[in-house]
Design a protein. Structure first.
Ligand code: FES
Length: 118
């Protein structure tokens, strides 16, 4: 179970393309907006690149934070593929990794960002 307080980010969805913690968004607030879960982006090649990079860098341990991390990373890469570590850490700052595996997560996102630039 996630935190249900808007803290952990495990319930992250994209609302009009931006990360939002669904546990603190009322249904009425989402009315008229596009809400997508991770599954809604299953055909996105950038998401597939992130999945592969997460696998290659061992960026998940228990996997609890992974859906939120992937959505935050996907949104970040769509808007600003700046591969600098600080920018990536800012982009995932709303997602709490209880296993504290941030370094490989950042490396995975950085890897995809750099591939997009070259
Ligand atoms: Fe376990 Fe992030 S991999 S919470």
């Amino acid at each position: 179970m996630a935190c249900e307080q808007g803290i952990c980010g495990a319930c992250t969805v994209l609302v009009d393309g931006l990360p939002a913690k669904s546990c603190i968004v009322l249904a009425v607030q989402a009315a008229g907006h596009e809400v997508t879960t991770l599954e809604g982006h299953a055909d996105d090649p950038q998401l597939e690149r992130l999945r592969v990079a997460f696998h290659e860098t061992h960026a998940l341990q228990c996997g609890f934070c992974t859906p939120g991390m992937l959505l935050s990373a996907l949104c970040y890469l769509r808007s600003s593929p700046d591969p600098r570590e600080g920018a990536i850490r800012d982009a995932i700052s709303g997602d709490l990794c209880r296993c504290t595996g941030y370094q490989p997560i950042v490396e995975a996102i950085e890897r995809v960002a750099r591939a997009g630039i070259s």
